[in-house]
Write a protein that binds this ligand. Structure first.
Ligand code: ADP
Ligand code: TRP
Length: 345
């Protein structure tokens, strides 16, 4: 019996501080679930981190930290590929070529660029070009699905546009320069799909806005038990008194509780909210218990992995070898299509 080849799932996460619940439920957990029946390719986006990080020790520490996080959360390096983005330099070569077929109009529509401009910030070239490097990350590996949180969907659409433009420019796809849908024929750059989990598309932070490192409203995945408690207790609620009935659907604590709880547990807590005589402090303790049960064992694995940095480096090195073996033929295909000669060495 012949088996269809497995689809490739690919995603990246930046080593910019401690990963939080938004990263975990928005990207890490769905990515690891996909590894069961996909050829899973995940990387630590250290080149992307350089758009903001200016601390070499922090970059190195956080790169290992993200790798350890993925492994502690359940990624199996024997069956999946986990690597450091900068270990496959072809990605920078592809980024340049994609940049050459990408219009300024598309770049100027990127949310990150528009937000920075609206705030009057002087955006660096790296931050402006960020979506091009991200498209190269994806297209270099002939990816099929890209698990990400909702904030990355525009980047995925841009990657699809860049693939089309490349195919139009160099692969004889419909003339006229339209961004028409070009069918994948095994030679062209393959257009990936974003995979966004409806339930965890935007995980709220302790203040109710999107959880993000930049808003300082996050709870770290592997916070110590004490920090975890501090984070949960800091979640903002309205000021209804203990006896008053409460609405679970507008409560931030309940939204976060749902991430960890089975449907029956969710229904049970929702009933307590509506009945009254149940305070937000009680709800926070229930959330804390579930979060600790979920992350406690993973935290122990994370700590053990971080205590062996050389083993982590070996895993990333092996991953880079596997990733590069996929990237190189794609890069040769791309160079050939553009007219760049085969490598001289
Ligand atoms: P941050 O916004 O904290 O800097 P990153 O940009 O490093 O996070 O995001 C890494 C991954 O985690 C991306 O796939 C992103 O979509 C996802 N992600 C980040 N924050 C959230 C959130 N609050 N809800 C859902 N997914 C998120
Ligand atoms: N831009 C993503 C983020 O900020 C990280 C990333 C870089 C990525 N390259 C990628 C995600 C490729 C998916 C695919 O979270």
């Amino acid at each position: 019996m012949s088996h269809a080849p497995r689809l490739r799932s690919l995603s990246g996460i930046k080593p910019t501080g401690q990963p939080h619940w938004g990263n975990y439920f928005g990207m890490i957990q769905p990515a690891i679930a996909l590894a069961d029946d996909h050829d899973a390719f995940y990387f630590v986006a250290d080149l992307h981190a350089l758009t903001t990080v200016r601390d070499r020790e922090a970059l190195q520490r956080d790169t290992l930290g993200i790798a350890a996080t993925m492994l502690a959360a359940g990624l199996d390096p024997a069956t999946s590929t986990l690597w450091r983005q900068s270990d496959v330099p072809e990605v920078l070569e592809l980024a340049w070529i994609l940049g050459c077929v990408t219009s300024m109009g598309l770049m100027e529509r990127a949310h990150g660029y528009k937000d920075a401009k609206a705030k009057g910030k002087d955006l660096g070239f790296g931050a402006f070009g960020y979506p091009v490097l991200m498209a190269a990350d994806i297209l270099l590996y002939d990816s099929d699905v890209v698990p990400v949180g909702k904030d990355q969907v525009q980047h995925l659409e841009m990657a699809r546009d860049m693939a089309t433009w490349f195919n139009v420019a160099f692969m004889g796809a419909p003339a006229g320069g339209t961004v028409a849908d070009v069918k994948w024929d095994g030679r062209m750059l393959k257009k990936p799909d974003a995979l966004v989990q409806a339930k965890t598309a935007i995980v709220p932070g302790v203040d109710g806005q999107k959880m993000s490192k930049s808003y300082d409203n996050y709870i770290a995945i592997f916070a110590s038990e004490k920090e975890l408690k501090k984070g949960v207790m800091a979640i903002k609620t309205d000021c209804k008194g203990l006896e008053e009935p409460k609405d679970p659907d507008t409560c931030n604590v309940f939204q976060l509780f749902k991430l960890f709880a089975a449907p029956a547990q969710q229904a049970e807590l929702a009933a307590k909210y509506r009945a009254g005589g149940f305070g937000y402090g009680h709800a926070k303790l229930e959330l804390l218990a579930l979060a600790e049960a979920h992350f406690g064992p993973k935290r122990a694995r994370y700590d053990a992995l971080m205590a062996r940095p050389d083993d982590l480096r070996d895993i990333l090195k092996l991953g880079a070898q596997k990733a590069r073996a996929v990237a190189q033929p794609v890069m040769e295909r791309v160079r050939d299509a553009t007219g760049l000669p085969p490598r001289a060495w």
